[in-house]
Write a protein that binds this ligand. Structure first.
Ligand code: 13P
Ligand code: SF4
Length: 382
């Protein structure tokens, strides 16, 4: 199939609202080096008061985290949005799918704002609604859809969450994937896990004790997912072929290299890392769990952390009694998380104060019904 020009759109450029790539902001942003920028942010934040709630994902820049009322992993921030009934504006400093989820979980009177519309997630874009529909049709044709439970990672579009809710499944995050998958196996015999193959495999094999052979990989770019009928019928878990471009970079070589360089180092990684990396690590957990592990670690201990660099740098700065290094030798920020900076935050706050609603993220009512069901199933997981 020839590649369309839209496939080549760069992040934040051009219009591609159907994907996580979004568009660049049209507003007049303050210059990043403006001397009074921090003061402008303070003034705008104070003036908005309780009308606004600023949520900040742990991968955000320090300059943004400094203005967050609540910081957290994607689960904690979804919970925070769900109970924030008083705030008129939820300013979500994170990525698009997180803001969409917050919109689904808040009332129609509340407005969710993403400071830069181009803050998407490449993993979420790896499963489109039409690709998932095609996959489901194959499962129906082979007679397995009726006992297959979809489990979608939070890092997915509202449309995928809606598909999941409509077909009896749940959303999960990296902090509850084990419970979500265990719950799914109580509802059915087979799990379709979207879109992160690594989180799905790590959960199925390392947390639930299934074998690697119990899992098959569905390639959305191949007919029938690149699988035979028997493979689909026999699989316990069908993993979608998606991954995180940030966490996918860590390798077993990085683990071996750091172990040989730093005596007694403990390797702490996010479950979006590859199976081999997670298997060779000492501790695995969500961003919130990574922070808690470091907080509880004894003074003088050494840690190599395999997750996004903003978080690792912040941990190293705030825990100077511990040796904290980045697991990879190369710099590895999440480029889309990083798009949200102080100029964007100041711009949205000042715009709201001028009664100009910018960058609102809205999920249409039809999509919101079943995606809310899937999110609520997650929030109610035992
Ligand atoms: P958490 O659920 O740990 O916040 O992770 C979200 C994410 O996007 C990691 O890449
Ligand atoms: Fe998406 Fe990976 Fe960035 Fe998380 S770190 S938002 S999964 S691209």
């Amino acid at each position: 199939m020839p590649m369309a020009l839209s496939d080549l759109l760069l992040l934040g450029q051009g219009k591609d609202l159907a994907s996580e790539r979004g568009v660049s902001c049209t507003g007049e942003l303050p210059h990043p080096s403006e001397p009074g920028l921090i003061e402008r942010a303070r003034v705008a934040r104070a003036a908005l008061g309780e009308r606004a709630l600023v949520l900040g994902h742990h991968y955000q820049r320090d300059e943004v985290i400094a203005f967050a009322d609540i910081t957290g992993d994607s689960f904690k921030l979804a919970q925070a949005a769900a109970v924030a009934t008083q705030a008129e504006y939820i300013i979500f400093c994170g990525v698009h799918f997180m803001a969409e989820s917050a919109d689904i979980l808040t009332s129609s009177a509340q407005k969710v704002i993403l400071p830069d519309l181009a803050a998407g997630c490449s993993m979420a874009d790896m499963a489109t609604a039409s690709q998932v529909d095609e996959c489901w049709k194959v499962l129906q044709e082979f007679g397995v859809a009726s006992h297959t439970i979809p489990v979608t990672y939070m890092n997915s579009s509202a449309a995928i969450k809606s598909f999941t809710g409509e077909n009896g499944g749940t959303v999960c995050t990296s902090s509850n994937a084990q419970r979500a998958m265990a719950w799914a196996f109580e509802q059915g015999e087979k799990v379709l896990f979207l879109p992160d193959q690594h989180l799905g495999r790590n959960t199925a094999v390392l947390s639930l004790g299934l074998s690697r052979e119990d899992c098959v990989l569905w390639n959305p770019w191949k007919p029938q997912g690149g699988l035979t009928r028997e493979e689909i019928i026999n699989a316990k878990v069908i993993l979608w072929r998606g991954h995180c471009s940030v966490h996918g970079r860590f390798t077993v070589d990085s683990v071996n290299e750091v172990r040989s360089r730093i005596p007694n180092v403990q390797v702490l990684v996010h479950p979006e890392c590859q199976y081999e990396v997670v298997s060779s690590a000492d501790v695995v957990g969500s961003t919130e769990m990574i922070i808690k592990t470091i907080e509880a670690a004894p003074s003088g201990s050494s840690w190599a952390i395999g997750t996004e660099l903003n978080l690792v740098q912040r941990l190293a700065k705030t825990h100077t009694d511990k040796q904290i290094v980045f697991l990879d030798k190369d710099v590895c920020y999440c480029s889309t998380m990083n798009r949200i900076d102080l100029p964007h935050l100041v711009w949205v706050m000042e715009s709201l104060l001028a009664n100009h609603l910018v960058n609102q993220i809205r999920v249409d009512d039809k999509t919101a019904i079943y995606s809310k069901l899937a999110l609520e199933r997650m929030l109610a997981l035992p």
